[in-house]
Design a protein around this ligand. Structure first.
Ligand SMILES: Nc1nc2c(ncn2[C@@H]2O[C@H](COP(=O)(O)OP(=O)(O)O[C@H]3O[C@H](CO)[C@@H](O)[C@H](O)[C@@H]3O)[C@@H](O)[C@H]2O)c(=O)[nH]1
Length: 284
């Protein structure tokens, strides 16, 4: 069986590749000429890497026509919410056009590929107290350009299933972390700051954004197993929340990380880390 991973050089993509290789799947992955290979350097001998620009329909159709994948895990995206405030058009274009090109390629080539698309809990956006725990049927009230891009990806998945019968499974993933998580995201960012303070290369001040937001964190290795199961057992056209059902305030997460260290730190809010609107999630 052949699987194609978009975003294979990224955080989740590298774990997806490990999971599939461990299950004896033939793995293909899309890379760009400027892709950094450090996340998958330990795997490259076992992977089939193909150069592909997802925004370019010709590039995508030629790669998908060449590979003819049984499974597609579409993980490539501009995934950092704050970047989407600074470049909303780029985020929406990148995330929506890339996916549209994959769908169109599979449709035009008449393939039966099963496609998982990485949608997000950010789509739920503003949530009322009566709506937790959040179900797939909850209204979507997105609060960032990134969230809008994910709602669009999500509904395109539904539409291509209904209109053309494409086997699309939509996974709405809550926060995830683990080895190789990018340093901008909150868990790695706080951890890196603590490590730098321990090494004495940074003054003992941790810069933070909104500590009152709540998030549900899952290990990335469980998330990729969820993506596999979504294609193995999920119904085409459906959407599936993937989460641990445990909620943390970001302050609790900071305190957990600090509990692993002996350094004394001062916590300082950095206005640049606050967002124009943030997903808060009310208490249960
Ligand atoms: N990044 C960051 N976030 C901070 C900080 N201080 C507080 N936060 C808060 O910590 C929460 C988590 O921020 P991120 O780690 O940047 O993740 P996210 O915005 O929740 O989005 C992630 O999860 C989504 C759901 O799975 C993904 O869709 C998205 O791509 C991303 O991985 C947010 O409420 C943010 O305001 C900080 O210094 N840095």
């Amino acid at each position: 069986m052949k699987a194609l991973i978009t975003g294979i050089t990224g955080f989740v993509g590298s774990h997806m590749a490990e999971y599939l290789l461990n299950n004896n799947i033939e793995v293909y992955g899309t890379i760009r000429h400027r892709s950094r290979m450090n996340h998958i350097s330990h795997l490259v001998d076992d992977l089939n890497l193909v150069e592909c620009e997802l925004r370019d329909p010709f590039s995508v159709e030629s790669v998908i026509g060449h590979v003819k994948p049984d499974l597609i895990f579409h993980l490539a995206a501009q995934s950092f919410v704050p970047t989407s405030w600074n470049s909303p058009m780029d985020t929406i274009h990148n995330n929506v056009a890339g996916q549209l090109n994959i769908f169109e390629a599979v449709r035009r080539l008449g393939l039966n590929s099963k496609i998982q698309i990485a949608c997000s809990s950010e789509e739920y956006g503003h949530v009322e107290p009566s709506e937790v725990p959040i179900k797939e049927t909850n209204p979507l009230r997105p609060l960032s350009p990134y969230a809008i891009s994910k709602v669009t990806q999500d509904y395109l998945g539904y539409q291509y299933y209904k209109s053309y019968g494409l086997h699309v499974v939509r996974t709405r993933t809550f926060n995830h972390t683990g080895p190789r998580r990018g340093e901008n995201f909150v868990t790695s960012n706080f951890s890196k700051q603590i490590a730098e303070i321990e090494k004495g290369i940074k003054p003992p001040v941790i810069h933070v954004g909104n500590l009152q937001a709540k998030r549900d964190f899952t290990d990335v290795r469980d998330i990729v197993r969820g993506y596999w199961l979504a294609l193995e057992k999920g119904d085409p056209g459906d959407d599936y929340n993937i989460a641990s059902n445990t909620c943390w305030t970001i302050e609790e997460m900071l305190n957990l990380l600090l509990s692993y260290s002996k350094v004394e730190v001062q916590v300082q809010e950095d206005p640049a880390r606050l967002r124009p609107s943030d997903v808060e999630i009310p208490a249960r």
